[in-house]
Structures are given as structure tokens and as C-alpha cells.
Design a protein around this ligand. Sequence first.
Ligand code: CDP
Ligand code: CDP
Ligand code: CDP
Length: 302
Amino acid sequence: PRRAFTVAIDGPAASGKSSTARAVAHELGFGYIDSGSIYRCAALLALRAGAVPGSGERSDVAGLVGRASIDIRTRLSPDHPAPGGTDTGRVVVPDVQVLLDGEDVSQAIRTPEINRLVAAIASDSAVRDTVLRIQQALAGAAETKSGAAPGGGSAPGGVVMDGRDIGTTVFPGAELKIYLDASAMARAIRRWDEMNRQMKDAKAKAPAASPEAGGAGGQDGPRAEGAAGQAPAEYPSVESIARELEERDYADINRKHSPLRIASDAVVIDNTSMTFERQVHAIVDLARERMGLPRKYDDDDL
Ligand code: CDP
Ligand code: CDP
Ligand code: CDP
């Protein structure tokens, strides 16, 4: 049986791993696994069980995760253009949906509370051992699916997984390892942009204002923006996001068990001033070369 091709993408927070990995997986016809979302599910389970570090509660987060069922699904969404703003439309970035015991937790695992908690949960070796088994099971399932994908059976199946320790610990034998990096300020601004976009999306999707909310001559006076049953939007500052990323990176780099490291055989890409499209094309061609396929984007040498 043909061995599946594995692409490992690691790097610090908000370096572009997830959007890049999704686009690369889509182009190659591979499965995609967002390993950070598994740790985020672990943090959500801990939070819901009141078993967060420092709460005094004896936490068996590894046990909670081990008993949970976690599924990661990607799907094409026409209203999600490629990131980066200017060169959109030419690279497809599928959406990802995370199911925890059947519940769609895609939003619930990306709150500020989870952002603050997740690195501590991910530093626990029992949690990491349990997540490793989940990663391997999900990768196995994704490979099987991708092997049966369009392409008439001649295209090799594979999987793209992103995280912190994929090339070093999870798949040390991965055929292609990428370490994505960008300046701290670029990463903070991207995350800030992303949060603003999400808040705008949420507002646009919120139900229209009820008839009394501003009708009848407006005797209520001016309403606050987003009055249609919407919580007031809190826009975090770029500085506060930069601090949050820095703290999480510090924890991820300095933990004892499988810290964030550049694998010795990883290709390092700093995308601070690289377009999203070029970066995706370059990685697709690296993968194609290593699969023995001709390059697709000739002018996109790194
Ligand atoms: O998307 P973002 O870069 O903010 O984070 P993520 O990829 O969702 O990962 C969230 C957290 O999970 C990281 O800060 C790590 O603490 C942990 N993680 C990990 O320890 N190992 C991985 N392979 C992936 C994530
Ligand atoms: O997974 P990770 O936290 O590393 O990053 P991400 O969620 O894929 O990307 C963080 C933000 O940066 C997203 O809003 C992306 O759209 C954006 N991005 C970008 O503007 N330029 C890139 N080259 C890569 C990502
Ligand atoms: O080769 P080594 O044992 O050092 O590394 P590994 O990454 O743990 O597993 C061996 C090979 O199997 C890797 O090169 C992966 O490409 C492949 N593999 C995979 O594609 N999918 C999995 N779920 C597990 C392993």
C-alpha cells in the first residue's frame, strides 16, 4: 500500500499556519487537521468542568479529552476569501468546523478566555499524550479519505497538520516540514484584523432590528450601534493582542514537553512581507517536488 504524504506546519501564534495549511491541503487534495483546535477543545472541557489550573480542583483534563469525541471538518465557503486582503480570489481557503461530542464548538474554542487558558492545558504531559493519539487517529482517517479523492486514484493521498510540535514530535518523519514565522507586530495586526472582520460578519448576520427599535418617530432617542439584541462589541487593542500572543508563545517555547522548536529539517518561511498567495504556491510546489510531480507555479521560488 502506498504511504501517505504528510505536511507538517509549525510556528508561533498567528503566523498564518491554519489558513496556509487549509489552502495547501485544498490545492493538494489532502486532508487538513488543525491540532491547535484539539488543545482548545481540551481547554474548553477543563473550563466547563471547573478544572482549570489554580482552581484547586484536581483536574483530570487528559481523562476528559480521552473520553471526548473530537472531529475536525473542512468545507468550502464562498464567503471566505483568502486572507491578506489584496490578492484574494486566487487561493481557496476552506472553512474549518470543530465538533466536540457532536457540538459545533468552532466559536467557543476561540474566546479570549480559552486563549488565556490553552497554553497551560497544553503543557501537561498526560494531555499531550492523549492529544497525540487523537492526532494520529484523525490523520489516519483524513489520509484514507484523501486517497479516495478525485484524481482517479493516481494522486497520492496525504494530510496537512498544523501546530507547534508536528514536525518535531507528532510526525518526525513527515515528508515536508514548514516552520512559518512573521514579526510579532505583523502577527498581532493580523489577529486584530481577523477579530474585526469576525465582528463585522457577526453584525451583518445578526437579525435585523425589531420594528420598535428605532421606529415610531424615534422617541427612544438614538440607540447604541448593534442594538438588535447584540452584545456591545469590545475591540481589543493591537497592543493587548500582541501581549497575549507573546505570553502564549513564551509558554509554548519554554514548556518541558514538546515545546515549539524549529525541526532541523524544516523549511523556514518568514511571511512578514510575503503575499499569502506566494507563500501557499511555494509550499504546494515544495510538496509536489517531493512527491515527484512537476511544479505548478514556476516563478514562485522561495
Ligand atoms: O491559532 P493560534 O496560533 O492562536 O493557536 P492554535 O494553533 O489554535 O493553538 C493553541 C494552543 O494550543 C497553542 O498556543 C499551544 O499552547 C497549543 N498547541 C500545542 O501545544 N501543540 C500543538 N501542536 C498545537 C497547539
Ligand atoms: O493558525 P495561525 O494562528 O498561525 O494563523 P492563522 O489563523 O492562519 O492566521 C492569522 C491571521 O493572519 C488570519 O486572519 C489570516 O488571514 C492572516 N494571514 C495573513 O494576513 N497573511 C498570511 N500570509 C497568513 C495569514
Ligand atoms: O518515520 P518516523 O517513524 O520517524 O515518523 P512518523 O512521522 O512518526 O511516521 C512515519 C511516517 O508515516 C511519516 O513519515 C508519515 O508520513 C506517515 N504517517 C502518516 O502519513 N500518517 C499517519 N497518521 C502516521 C504516519
